[in-house]
Design a binder for this molecule. Sequence first.
Ligand code: FES
Length: 198
Amino acid sequence: MSTPKLLAQALPRLRLAPRRTAGSIVRHVRCYTAATAAPLPAAPSRPAQSPMRRAPWPTPMQRRTFSASATVSHGHVEPPKPGEELYVTFIDKEGAEHKLAVSSGDNLLDIAQANDLEMEGACGGSCACSTCHVIVTDQEYYDKMPEPDDDENDMLDLAFGLQETSRLGCQVVMKPELDGLRVKLPSMTRNLQSSDFK
Ligand code: FES
């Protein structure tokens, strides 16, 4: 602030003290100037926030979300595309027939489980048990399948009610040549796994 302005502000007060000398007036003005020009004391700084409060809120992409997708049904088979259906018939223990439209590449264990047919599949299709035993009813279809390998033959030896056309359901994969396949589920299975013999 300029000196004339300061004097204008100070004069009303000085009129209350008429006996002051010129020297005291100058001192008073200097003190007034120094007082008004002095910087304000610094405001106390805010205490630092705790790390917990300073943690940034996660962005939408970082937030965890719940999935609303449909749960995958057991068996993990997809419905066949129109015009690409293959048919397989399961004959259950009571003799009832279940004709199913399936996709190429699905195996009999997955198909049976996806359709709630009674096939245990204790080893999950890793050719280490005999609970997916099926009997192919037509020799013609049996001959169209690749030969069972040693692992499958070993497990078939443990199967209850073994027959010439027995196979493990998890090892039979549907393909166009097997369209119309019919398989029978044995009246019972033995839940013996290869790990039982180690
Ligand atoms: S499910 Fe175990 S061998 Fe097929």
